[in-house]
Write a protein that binds this ligand. Structure first.
Ligand code: NAD
Ligand code: DAU
Length: 368
């Protein structure tokens, strides 16, 4: 039986991981530590919040004393670190929070883990610090380049990816220097339920339902490698169970798409849902283009993201071979499930698209 501390467990991937873990390992104890920034939402944990083996702690990962107390009082043996500022566009307009949470926050967690697990009266054998990272630390690829492996040199290009790269290096150093039992996973773009609607896929679905423009940065030919979020949770599970301490593992779905094609695919799927289910036109009367079956008319090319990485692609051969990892969801089924989830969960996305998000969007577009 494990006792997990999950940082950032009220965010998109963290919450999906908590659902996955509690369903698969019902005897384990799960403590979530989350600062509930604009991206964290208690509604994401609604279905587990009353379980006896679940505890939510509202707090900041930069609060070392709080983390030390949690590790001791809750008897934590496994820390799974998701908490981060995660949106590249926000890192361009306001990098400070990324440096603070992603670098200083990770450093603070490492110090707490070292103090409690290694420097106490006795070393906690079998402890694990798992760091959730991204493919963005590897930089960008040309169309003909091979996909990123764990040996690809780090070359982060945005303040977000630079802050994640710095945190990866700190995690590595705490293993090599102090012997902390760490693992790191570098994953490609996730999609699925609870994805905050500032990110491309949920933004496209919710904008169609509001009959708003679908903004395509630059020429729309940038490529991302999309993975259903539960398959990310499954990959982390395998790393926690059988991954070698001190190692990095790439997690990805071998599923590259140009942005413009993703947007067109989602537009088509929403249109098909409106044909299948006539009640949607009544529930979403503003979704004029979906009702009239011409959602592609909403596609609008806008100014490119500064420093926009052209292509990401993950080579997960090491994780496949060593840990037997294979994604379970196909893109066809995963994206259909995701679109259906957003159509069924209007109250969720309406509630997260509150004042702070709208203000940020307004600021961003007024400055371009
Ligand atoms: P998210 O922005 O949806 O959620 C981040 C969570 O962290 C939120 O609940 C937020 O409240 C919390 N948080 C932020 N700052 C905090 C702090 N200082 N203290 C405590 N909690 C804090 O992010 P996500 O998309 O779920 O990403 C989770 C992790 O996975 C991140 O580390 C990200 O870099 C990594 N990742 C994301 C993707 C992706 O496609 N979204 C892909 C690969 C890796
Ligand atoms: O690759 C993993 C990364 O994926 C994670 O580390 C990040 O936390 C996560 O946010 C995601 O980063 P991206 O920048 O790739 O995701 P985003 O959804 O913001 O954008 C996906 C692509 O779509 C990217 O090329 C930018 C483009 N885009 C995005 C938005 C929001 C648009 O063209 N229009 C948009 O409005």
């Amino acid at each position: 039986m494990k006792k997990l501390l999950v940082t950032g467990g009220a965010g998109f991937i963290g919450a999906n991981f908590v659902h996955y873990w509690m369903a698969k390992y019902p005897a384990d104890k799960v403590v979530v530590l989350d600062a509930l920034t604009y991206a964290g939402n208690m509604a994401n944990l609604d279905s587990v919040k009353d379980e006896g083996n679940f505890t939510f702690v509202h707090g900041n990962i930069c609060d070392q004393a709080l983390v030390e107390a949690l590790l001791i009082e809750q008897g934590i043996d496994t820390l799974v670190h998701f908490a981060a500022e995660s949106h590249v566009d926000r890192s361009i307009t306001g990098p400070d929070a990324f440096i603070e949470t992603n670098i200083m926050g990770t450093y603070s967690l490492l110090k707490a883990a070292k103090k409690v697990w290694l420097d106490g009266k006795s070393i906690l054998e079998g402890h694990r610090f798992h760091h959730v990272s991204t493919d963005e630390v590897y930089g960008t690829l040309l169309a003909t380049d091979p996909a990123f492996t764990e040996d690809t040199a780090y070359a982060p290009n945005s303040p977000y990816s630079a802050s994640k790269a710095a945190s990866d290096h700190l995690v590595r150093a705490y293993h090599h220097t102090y012997g902390l039992n760490v693992t790191t996973s570098n994953c490609s773009n996730n999609y699925g339920p609870f994805h905050f609607p500032e990110k491309l896929i949920p933004l496209v679905v919710t904008n169609i339902l509001h009959n708003k423009a679908l903004p395509i940065y630059g020429d729309g030919q940038q490529i991302r490698d999309w993975l259903y979020v539960e398959d990310h949770a499954y990959g982390i599970d395998l790393v926690l169970q059988n991954g070698r301490v001190g190692e990095n593992y790439n997690i990805g779905g071998d599923n590259e798409w140009a942005n413009i094609d993703i947007v067109k695919t989602i537009s088509k799927l929403v249109e098909q849902e409106f044909i299948k289910n006539k009640a949607l036109a009544t529930r979403f009367p503003n979704a004029k283009a979906a009702i009239e079956q011409n959602t592609e008319s909403l596609i609008t090319y806008v100014k490119d993201r500064p420093g926009h990485d052209r292509r990401y692609a993950i080579d997960a051969t090491k994780t496949n071979n060593e840990l037997g990892y294979q994604p379970k969801e196909s893109f066809e089924t995963g994206i259909a499930k995701t679109v259906a989830w957003y159509l069924d969960n209007e109250s969720w996305w309406q509630s997260v698209m509150d004042g702070s998000y709208q203000n940020w969007i307004a600021e961003q577009y007024s400055s371009t």
